[in-house]
Structure formats: C-alpha cells, structure tokens
Design a binder for this molecule. Structure first.
Ligand code: HEC
Length: 170
C-alpha cells in the first residue's frame, strides 16, 4: 500500500524534474519545493493492486487478496511487510521476492537460512509456508505451517502485491 504511494510520488518527482528541464530555467524548481501535483497523487487503489495481481504467473494471478490478507494475520506478530518496516522476531519482508534467503540487511538469521543459498520465489515460499521446519531444518522460524494449498496461494499473491514485487518485463 505504502509502496504504491511511494512509487507514485517517485514517478511524479521524475515527471516534475523532467518538466523543469524542458522549461529551461533550471533554478526555479528546487527539488524540495512543495508540488501541487504531489497532493494529487492517486492513493493506492484496489485497481492498482488488481493490476499487479493480474501480472503474476498462474495460479497467483487468480489469488484471493482478501483471503491472503487474512492469512497474513498468522505472520504479522513476527513480520512487517511495508517498505522500511522494522524487523520483529522475523525479518521485514518487503522486497523478499527475488532476494536471496537470509539476505535482509541488519537481521540476524539462523545458520540454516544463511546457508540456504536460494532466491525467494513463489515456489520456494510455498514449500516454506507449508512446513517451515520440514523444508529447512534448523530454522528459528517457529511456525507450524499453512496446510491449505489455496490459502498459501492467496497469501503468496497478497505478499507479492504488498511487498513491492515487480513482474519481470516480457
Ligand atoms: C513466531 C514468529 C514467526 C511467525 C508467526 C512467522 N515467521 Fe517468518 N520468520 C520468523 C523468523 C524468526 C525468521 C528467521 C528464520 C531463521 O533465520 O531461521 C523468519 C523468516 C521468514 C522468511 C525468510 C526471510 C528471508 O529474508 O530469508 C520468510 C519468507 C518468512 N519468514 C515468511 C513468513 C510468513 C509468510 C509467515 C506467515 C504465514 C511467517 N513467516 C510467520 C518468524 C516468524
């Protein structure tokens, strides 16, 4: 949610600086000047989230985000997912897709996760969430797992939408 807002603001900033270059008078628009356009930035919309969802590979593109959000209640005592959010018992998960396991800076992982040596994608996360300690013996994530496959799909879709996942350009 917040990430979408930040992305929108960043896009606006780019647009504004491009405009001021086109105008030719370089000193008239300091970067930190309040821009009326910024207040008009669209709030993170359900439509924006739906677009990210639709960009996901099957079966995640048909994931149920509201079920995913309710399944995330199982995680939120230990994980934040917002950009720059704090590490709790577990690491902040913003940007986790495409990141090497055990690579969130500043978080102290178990040796098991540090040695895992793979990059998180939907498939790895699905196995992890089904049975964390079976998938990776020695992890310090004390979580029993989510047995329902559809619940894992919905949760992974929700996490992709909320943690800044960008579909690879085709
Ligand atoms: C009781 C606390 C707790 C709960 C609940 C929990 N986790 Fe974790 N999680 C951890 C800990 C601790 C780690 C670090 C594991 C390690 O270093 O062995 C972790 C690690 C992870 C990682 C690896 C991150 C990385 O940077 O490599 C992912 C992904 C993850 N958790 C997802 C989830 C999801 C999704 C849920 C909810 C279904 C969840 N966790 C529930 C504590 C928890």
């Amino acid at each position: 949610m917040r990430s979408l807002k930040l992305a929108a603001v960043a896009a606006l900033c780019l647009a504004v600086s491009a405009c001021s270059k086109d105008g030719g008078s370089s000193n008239e628009a300091p970067a930190d000047a309040p821009t009326p356009a910024a207040t008009a930035a669209p709030p993170p919309t359900d439509a924006g989230k739906a677009a990210i969802l639709a960009s996901l590979p099957a079966p995640y593109n048909t994931g149920d985000l509201s079920n995913g959000q309710s399944k995330f209640a199982l995680c939120r005592s230990c994980h934040t997912i917002t950009e720059g959010g704090p590490d709790l018992t577990g690491p902040n998960l913003y940007g986790v897709f495409g990141r090497k396991a055990g690579a969130k800076e500043g978080y102290s992982y178990s040796d098991a996760v540090k040695a895992a040596g793979f990059v998180w994608d939907a498939g790895q996360l699905d196995k992890w969430l089904a049975d964390p300690r079976g998938f990776m013996p020695g992890t310090k994530m004390t979580f029993a797992g989510i047995k329902g496959e559809k619940d894992r799909i919905d949760l992974i879709a929700y996490l992709k939408v909320e943690t800044g996942f960008k579909a690879p350009a085709k």
